[in-house]
Design a protein around this ligand. Sequence first.
Ligand SMILES: [Zn+2]
Length: 273
Amino acid sequence: MADFISDSTKTHWMVSNPKRLIRTGMDGKPFRCPFCEGNEADTPPEVYRVGGGEVNKPGWQIRVVPNLFPITDVHEVIIHSSEHEKDIEDFSLNQVENIVKTYINRFNILKEKGKVFIFSNHSLTSGASLIHPHSQISVIPNNIPTNTITMQPVVNIVEQNSSFESYCPQYSEWSYEVWVKALGQIKFGELKVNELTSLANILQSSIKKLKKIHSGNSHYAKKPFGYNFYIYPYDSWYLRIIPRFMERAGFELSTGIMVNSVEPKKASEDLKN
Ligand SMILES: [Zn+2]
């Protein structure tokens, strides 16, 4: 069971979960990827799949399973595909659409249980413990305060399509972070087919642009390309992509104030080109 602990002022919270210390690949046993096709028995039984085949057998395109090492009591893993290394930037648009569709499906099923957070960690530089691309959905109990940034005003637009726009907000804590928001009043849990396609399109395109920035910068390229993204799915919902080009260091840890040396305006111009 997840143990939420507050500091003495009850303004900061952490979650303690010692079981995660022995996650797959960290326990000293020979590694076999639990997310690869054929290894379905290595995960808890699936709760959702896209594609063919029998439940808990090969043939799927996307698989959703409870997290074997959950951070919170409700915590699922969405395996992006059966490919061990390919991720959103490499997939067909249809596969990305199916991933987005899966987010919406799980959000609508889990939203009664607490506050739902959807996120993805790509590569070890972003904190992922398993390379095989996946997203996660974690539900935080309603009584635990969270500290998510609200949607920031649109400036420095990078791209626009029929339903969404991407931009680099003035309040950008990370170099080249990209935010995606809907153009109209669209609820995340009620996205229609054409809107879902637009969202998949702009998500994929944003990650591709970030990958180009990474490979074109000899300092960033010393480390593998990594990023996190998350979706805040409630009122004024948004998707935020955070490339992990820079590390957090002593200043940030001691002050709680982030340092970003790339101006958001320059970031958006670089991303556009
Ligand atoms: Zn794998």
